[in-house]
Design a protein around this ligand. Structure first.
Ligand code: COA
Length: 207
């Protein structure tokens, strides 16, 4: 993993170029490939899985298009980009979900995480473990200052993931988006780099 220094104390010149697979205790995070299409379809086509995410259940065609475009990204070189990685069970090689890190702002060093797990593999801590690895990439390698997680208030399993990660609830925006035909109350969580390094004091700081 590469961490490049700052030009000055205001604007990051960092890039994120992970060495794949990114390993955690039980998982391998790595770019998605066309070989993952069926495994992605198994959960991304499900209305229950997609209920609180900003896209509709996907067809194989949509998944194939994403694999050619957004999901082909393997590095973050500038703000506005996002990195989606497959979550693979290290022991079995099965794709159990995917996780995303958005780089929103170079100036403010802001990012955001998201995650999705095939219900067949939920309740094992995989989303939390994978999201923790994305926070690590964001804070330790990309040098982000602040990473957020935004959820629909009714998405309690996702709120539990963010709390387990040590993220703080900062805001509750009542009916702020018309989401899939109904008003959604958004709950915003955040973590600062200082909070990350206080939680993991042995972690290396890139800034
Ligand atoms: C949100 C979502 C990823 C949460 O999945 P999840 O399986 O509950 O989360 P994890 O994989 O981190 O598993 C955590 C659960 O496993 C349990 N668990 C079991 N064994 C565990 C272990 N070894 N380590 C950690 N947790 C373990 C935890 O207690 C926890 O259960 P709890 O929340 O009931 O207390 C999942 O519901 C999902 O994909 N939803 C659809 C997509 C979505 O809404 N994404 C979020 C958009 S903002």
């Amino acid at each position: 993993m590469t961490a490049i220094g700052w030009h000055d104390d205001r604007v990051s010149s960092n890039e994120l170029r992970p060495t794949y697979p990114v390993k955690t205790e039980r998982l391998l995070l790595r770019p998605l490939t066309t070989a993952d299409a069926a495994a992605l379809l198994a959960y991304r086509s499900r209305p229950d899985v997609c209920r609180y995410v900003p896209f509709h259940p996907m067809t194989l065609e949509v998944i194939a298009e994403r694999l050619r475009t957004h999901w082909a990204t393997t590095t973050l070189t500038d703000e506005g980009q996002h990195l989606t990685l497959g979550i693979e069970e290290a022991g079995t090689g099965r794709l159990v979900g995917d996780v995303i890190l958005f780089w929103h702002s170079r100036l403010h060093r802001g990012g955001e995480i998201g995650y999705m797990i095939n219900p067949e593999f939920s309740g094992r801590g995989y989303a939390t473990e994978a999201a923790q690895a994305m926070l690590k990439l964001g804070f330790e390698d990309l040098g982000l200052h602040r990473i957020i997680g935004r959820i629909d208030e009714r998405n309690e399993p996702s709120a539990r993931v963010l709390r387990r990660l040590g993220m703080r609830q900062e805001a509750r925006l009542v009916h702020n988006e018309l989401f899939k035909g109904e008003w959604s109350t958004e709950v915003d969580f955040a973590m600062l780099a200082d909070e990350w390094f206080a939680r993991y004091p042995d972690s290396p700081r890139s800034v």
